[in-house]
Write a protein that binds this ligand. Structure first.
Ligand SMILES: Nc1ncnc2c1ncn2[C@@H]1O[C@H](COP(=O)(O)OP(=O)(O)OP(=O)(O)O)[C@@H](O)[C@H]1O
Ligand SMILES: [Mg+2]
Length: 240
């Protein structure tokens, strides 16, 4: 375990805090228990969510690294803190969808549960004030969020990551319905950043169809903490 110290607060988001360290190339992500939905209009605290999401994210980044996907993970420091490479985050949220749910159903009238083969990859502008709108490649290029080459790169990576995680979660009896990724630039490379957790993925139990993700909070389905703990138990159980 490295002796790296937490420095000044660089940024506080809705679910995490990002701190500087003594190494300009490294920052610390601290995972909070705060939960928000619908662009922050719904707020609450989910006990130990931060601990769960830090653990699951670390496990997923390690899995992806073992399959050749470059991520920002350096090491898990403790229950709530992850040491990561400091990225120049692209303000493009990349969402991959295997099964229709969430805004795809609301926006385009797909039936929730409809299988999407091949999977759909969408880009959203990471801007709460504009409610994270759906964008296409030309919007992103003209908004100077990324070059066309970078967009093609992160789209390809999202598809690769989807195949790896879809297969992995099935071994845990979980359907990977959809998930959100954030990428960033680091020394001329593009790395996967942020987190991968029940906050950023939709996960349904294969047998029961039970939703084991942030939708339990979004739609007051109850047993939110239990769902997060259940995913952690399956991931860590697999890791052990
Ligand atoms: N390796 C990294 N280097 C620098 N910033 C990062 C890195 N990984 C993630 N971030 C940024 O840190 C912030 C983490 O905070 P949090 O997830 O709470 O975000 P947020 O800004 O509230 O927005 P959203 O919830 O829409 O992601 C995000 O803005 C994310 O883009
Ligand atoms: Mg976030």
């Amino acid at each position: 375990m490295s002796a790296i110290q937490k420095g000044d607060l660089l940024y506080e988001g809705k679910a995490k805090k990002v701190f500087l360290t003594s190494d300009p190339d490294l920052v610390i992500q601290e995972f909070k228990d705060s939960a928000t939905a619908f662009d922050g209009t719904k707020k609450d605290t989910i006990a130990s969510k931060g601990i769960v999401n830090n653990s699951i994210s670390c496990a997923m980044f390690k899995l992806l690294e073992s399959k050749g996907i470059k991520t920002h993970l350096v090491e898990k420091l403790d229950d709530r803190n992850m040491l990561v490479k400091r990225l120049d985050i692209m303000m493009v949220e990349v969402i991959a969808r295997n099964i229709a749910a969430g805004s795809l159903v609301r926006r385009l009238g797909f039936t929730e549960g409809q299988i999407l083969d091949p999977p759909i990859v969408e880009f959203f502008l990471k801007d709460d004030a504009l409610h994270d709108p759906l964008i296409n490649d030309q919007h992103a290029v003209h908004l100077k969020l990324a070059s066309m080459d970078e967009l093609n790169h992160i789209r390809t990576k999202a598809r690769e990551i989807n195949e790896i995680m879809k297969e992995y979660f099935l071994t845990l009896n979980l359907k990977l319905v959809d998930f959100k990724l954030e990428f960033g630039r680091h020394k001329g490379e593009i790395l996967l950043g942020d987190e991968i957790s029940p906050d950023t993925c939709r996960l349904w139990d294969v047998e029961t169809g039970k939703k084991l993700d942030k939708d339990r909070f979004r739609f007051d389905l109850g047993d939110v903490e239990g769902a997060y703990q259940e995913v952690l138990k399956r991931v860590v159980g697999k890791e052990g």
